[in-house]
Design a protein around this ligand. Structure first.
Ligand SMILES: CC(C)(COP(=O)(O)OP(=O)(O)OC[C@H]1O[C@@H](n2cnc3c(N)ncnc32)[C@H](O)[C@@H]1OP(=O)(O)O)[C@@H](O)C(=O)NCCC(=O)NCCS
Length: 164
């Protein structure tokens, strides 16, 4: 395997980025609802919901990372939430995942002043958990991740409009 370069994804990469994220979904057993158009809109419009890095070997994509800003008054500053991290099977175990996370940290510090990274790993993904443990990530104690879905939000928004 030759020299692998890491660079910021741009709007023209939406299809390549989506392909990498689809492969990530396949690897971890997620359904994949992403499309190039969705990524182009969400990541490269006026108010981007994420930034992304691509790792390239010649013109082949061998890694990707997606991340968004978070803010913590406890930590007194911004951080980055890494929603997606993937390296191609043939590139694994050679330090690329580590390089991608380092590049995320550097970019997030530059753009948001981020001083920490946050992410979630599935309980059944022992390989990724071992990778994160080795890098120094620590599990949150005494807290549970909560999400409200589209239907729940629709009901909540009725509180504002008074249509409940
Ligand atoms: C998890 C993943 C991103 C790691 O990427 P990678 O390129 O293999 O990781 P690296 O080669 O940079 O590994 C960095 C360190 O972790 C270690 N490591 C990697 N895989 C490991 C494993 N399975 N068990 C223990 N340590 C591991 C490496 O030895 C290395 O440590 P070292 O630098 O001290 O030798 C990659 O395996 C992957 O894409 N997996 C499938 C998708 C996935 O699970 N993504 C994460 C979703 S939360």
């Amino acid at each position: 395997m030759g020299e692998i370069a890491i660079r910021r994804a741009v709007a023209g990469d939406a299809e390549r980025l989506n392909d990498a994220l689809r492969r990530l979904s396949e690897d971890i057993g997620d359904s994949h609802a992403g499309t190039p158009a969705l990524l182009a809109r969400a990541g490269f419009g006026d108010h981007p919901a994420f930034r992304a890095l691509l790792a390239e070997n010649a013109s082949t994509i061998v890694g990707a990372a997606l991340y968004s800003p978070v803010f913590s008054t406890v930590r007194a500053g911004a951080g980055a939430y890494v929603s997606d991290l993937w390296t191609a099977p043939e590139a694994r175990g050679k330090g690329l995942g580590r390089r991608l996370l380092a590049a995320v940290a550097e970019d997030a510090e530059g753009v948001w002043g981020a001083t920490f990274l946050k992410l979630a790993v599935y309980d059944d993904n022992a390989m990724a958990r071992a990778f994160y443990d080795r890098l120094g990530f620590a599990a949150a104690r005494g807290e549970t991740t909560l999400t409200i879905d589209h239907n729940g939000l629709a009901a909540l928004k009725n509180e504002i409009t008074g249509n409940a």
